[in-house]
Write a protein that binds this ligand. Structure first.
Ligand SMILES: [Zn+2]
Length: 345
């Protein structure tokens, strides 16, 4: 009996090893360990053994069974892995290739307008400058010639920070103009700089008003800078934005940080009967600007007797809306994918 069990073990392991596929392996398993398999048949003879030999043979039989089962399981795994590899090769799938590309986002229309303008101004030698969105009262208003009692403050519905920030008050900047002061202090004169960024007002929202929107500030300070330089900069900017020359006109405008101040209007580039963009006036208000007020130069440490300059502001959100024919500013910051997906870059 011992010899028979040993032979079964040896032959069984060899049969398992030589199985070529899952089917053959299953047949080997049945032949070895099945109900009418070889091990079962052998064990039927245990009853004829001497009583003292029975437990020894039983133990040996269990060992043989365990060895065969283990070898069957290992072989099954090996065959399954081989079959999978074969299947993958069959359908032409290479598991080492990278997966399908993840979908890319697109550049937001406001950012696209900002980038195009940054390119335009960089090519003219301007520096792109950045400022914080939380700004001190001093930079947002005082340094720009808008003291506390100035009526212009009322047109800026300011969102103030909590009062416990110390002696200085802070707000969410209401315009990008404080970057003029920051850039001048840091870089000094002469200077050509543009500052794109987000600004905040406590506005009741409607199709043309939003609590957050984007502006771009431009500032040039040098010796002998005047209105003709400003006009050239503004006109070339519009040409850069809209890809063609636009007819423009200059109207007087009041902004505390410039003197004299202007509003630049452009001929409506979209005009047709019943035009919604210009509401039939054929002009659209695009850019306020003017010559930098001496007080602003002084508060940035620049001598106004030596240097002069011009500044202009541009509604980036407005430009993006005009370029893409968007009729409601609330779409811009909505984060609505149905809107954003219409602007693949
Ligand atoms: Zn129009």
């Amino acid at each position: 009996m011992r010899e028979q069990l040993a032979a079964l073990r040896e032959e069984g392991l060899a049969e398992v090893a030589s199985a070529q596929n899952g089917e053959q392996l299953a047949a080997v398993e049945v032949a070895l360990l099945g109900r009418s398999g070889r091990l079962t048949a052998l064990l039927k003879g245990v009853g004829r053994l001497a009583a003292e030999e029975r437990p020894l043979i039983g133990k040996l039989a269990n060992e043989v069974k365990a060895a065969l089962s283990q070898s069957l399981a290992a072989k099954q795994e090996e065959l399954a892995a081989a079959e999978l590899a074969q299947d993958l090769a069959g359908v032409g799938l290479d598991p080492t290739l990278p997966g399908p590309p993840a979908p890319f986002g697109a550049v937001h229309p406001v950012m696209q307008a900002a980038r195009d303008l940054e390119d335009h101004f960089s090519s003219l030698g301007y520096v792109i400058w950045d400022g914080p969105e939380v700004e001190s009262e001093a930079n947002n208003f005082d340094a720009l010639n808008i003291p506390a009692d100035h009526p212009a403050r009322e047109s800026h519905d300011t969102i103030w920070m909590a009062e416990d920030t110390g002696p200085e008050r802070f707000c969410l900047r209401t315009h990008t103009s404080p970057v003029q002061v920051r850039a001048l202090r840091e870089l000094g004169a002469p200077l050509r700089v543009v500052a794109p960024g987000r600004v905040f007002r406590q506005e009741a929202q409607d199709a043309t008003h939003e609590h957050s929107f984007h502006q771009m500030e431009g500032l040039v300070v040098d010796k002998g800078v005047g209105v003709p330089h400003m006009l050239h900069a503004m006109n070339s900017l519009l040409e850069g934005v809209f890809g063609r020359k636009l007819e423009t006109r200059l109207r007087p405008g009041f902004f505390p940080f410039v003197e004299p101040g202007f509003e630049l209007d452009a001929r409506c580039p979209f005009c047709k009967a019943g035009c919604r963009v210009c509401k039939g006036t054929r002009w659209i208000e695009l850019m306020p600007g003017g010559l930098v007020h001496p007080h602003v130069l002084r508060s940035a440490g620049v001598n106004p007797n030596e240097y002069s300059g011009f500044a202009f502001g541009l509604g980036l959100s407005r430009i993006a809306m005009l370029r893409s024919n968007i009729d409601d500013i609330r779409w811009m910051m909505s984060g609505d994918l149905r809107f954003l997906r219409q602007f693949p870059s």
